[in-house]
Design a protein around this ligand. Sequence first.
Ligand code: GAL
Length: 703
Amino acid sequence: MERSIKDSILNNKQYFGEKNYSQKSFLWENMTMGTCYYPEHWSEELWASDLERMKAAGISVIRIAEFAWSKIEPRESEYDFSFFDRFLELCLEKEIKVIFSTPTATPPAWLTEAHPEVLNARIDGVLYRHGSRKHYNYNSPVYQDYCRNIVTQSAMHYGPHPAVIGWQIDNELNCELRDFYSDADDAAFRIFLQEKYETLDALNAAWGNVFWNQTYTDWKEIHLPGLTPGKGVNPHMQLDYYRFIAESTFLFCKMQADILRSYCKPGDFITTNGMFPHIDNHRMTKECLDIYMFDSYPNFAFGLGSNPANEPLNDRWNSKTQNEVRSICPHYGIMEQQSGAGGWTTKMEGPAPRPGQLTLWAMQSVAHGADFISFFRWRTCTFGTEIYWHGILDYDNRDNRKLREVKDFYQKLQTLEPVCNADYVTSFGLLKDYDNVWDMEADIWHNRIASYSDNEIFAGAELSNLPYDVIYLQKDSTLSDLNSYPVLIYPHPVIMSQERADLLTAYVEQGGTLLIGCRSGLKNLNGICEMLPQPGLLHELTGTDIQDFTYASPAEEAVYADWNGTNIPMPVFHDILTPLPGTDVLARYADSYYKGEAALTKHRTGKGRVLHLGSAFSRDTLPMLLKYAGAISPFTELIEADGKDVELTLRRKNERTFLFVLNFQAAEVSYTLLTPMRALYTGEEVSGPQMLPAFGTAVYEVL
Ligand code: GAL
């Protein structure tokens, strides 16, 4: 087909030009494949053949030592570096590079027995005991001292080693437990609050403590949110509690990062892995890390959708999480990529990847921005809690289909070399911020609306192939973080600050289109409702006023709105919008006592406009809203494919464009390439109708 991409959509600078990504300092030079290895789980006689077999499969980097404190400090202040010295020498000989980890995720028994104050506690004060992992707290000064010491010892000794290329801090901060109730946390919470509020009067006001007689008269009366009757808990206190956990996690990570930085070799990177709640991952990455790594287990994504029984997306939900990861670090790595069935002796997490799925899931990560894929784990452990968390190799240690697939994935990955460090291309941006993310946890009304929209926006975008970035508004966010997105959705900024309202106004004035949903602008930063006409600080921008509103009870008939003759769903909540002068009504409620009232409005400000939807977002309405807002699909001139059949992503670097097509189904699918492309796995030039087998993937360079 005669078609030039030169003057096409892809050269629309505002859409597809360089992003204002604040990429961290470390970028992979090549597409790299790795695995997680535990030399302490195996007889030393296996080490050499393991490393040789890895190398033969294409694995060049391994992550080690994250649970191996006792291998380095078997008893207090007794150090023995010989174990990892022997192992690292072998890695050097076999040309395998190493990401060394700090072992603070699993304090040794000698430590927790001597100092139980390092342990985390349940909300009722019962201590978590030795026997699993992540049983410590971040705030114990005693634990911090021991951690400082083991990190320093490890970094001083192994930092200079030529096989080491990077450091992982701890393992999955806030995995297993993301709530902390130890005495050390209790004490640290008070200090955090004193620093934040300075006076008790300020704290009492910020938490609305006059309600139910919660007023404090002395700092020592304040404790972590504890067990209370009913489901009652002060939501404003709870919001500060999450901020406190995030701060504690940040300081724990920073303490380690600062030590590592003073001992690691120039060019070696500092990272951590996973993505868990109650962490400001953006700040942590910006201030502590060189690159952020995610642990990708698509099995966990099954059933995440709002209607699991009929959910067509299944493991594609993992792409939603990767959109969040990319917002933290655009060119991230996967420290743990699922390679086998998941489970502990105490839980069954998911079936083995079917033939093709291992590659598909790893390609899903590459398609979203990862340039390093490290499979969890080289071989399934034969003992301990995770004997059913399967790795590449099984207990018998023979070559198997998973190893064959890893080798095949490596062949494919090598053909993707030009994709390394390429940016992800989007149709729109999805705004979030941690105040609202944490308020959702404290407030079920907020939660129901915002999690519904979050899932539906992903599903709607995914099924209609409209890729998006997530952008977290932070203290230092500026217009330049936003204006490369011509269309932004901020679904439910229930908490709104004047700074954010000003930033959004500036974005719209310079030509952006902003979509917001119900309950916007309801609360201040403490989670207290504003005594303002809603949407509060946003009402000038939206050109709307809300004088009546209701939760849309699932027990009642669904309410729709009429948008030019199309009935659009209005899920979860209804803000009944009153348009201010100059605001157009696009859709009106079609049912209930507010039939005929405005349900969707448009208001122009400067060169841009705001669409205000009175409800949560639904997957069916999303493509209509985006189309109306002028969002462009980057795929229109490239491929004709049904979003129900395949996920599409684009990565772009130096005007070169790479198209990923991922088939998550157990059946063959077809699609049509609208322009000549080079199929990277084979090098062939192709166009027109194509087929992908069950769980198949293809990557093309647009010619
Ligand atoms: C991750 C963790 C690994 C392993 C894996 C499978 O969350 O980092 O250590 O436990 O899950 O459970």
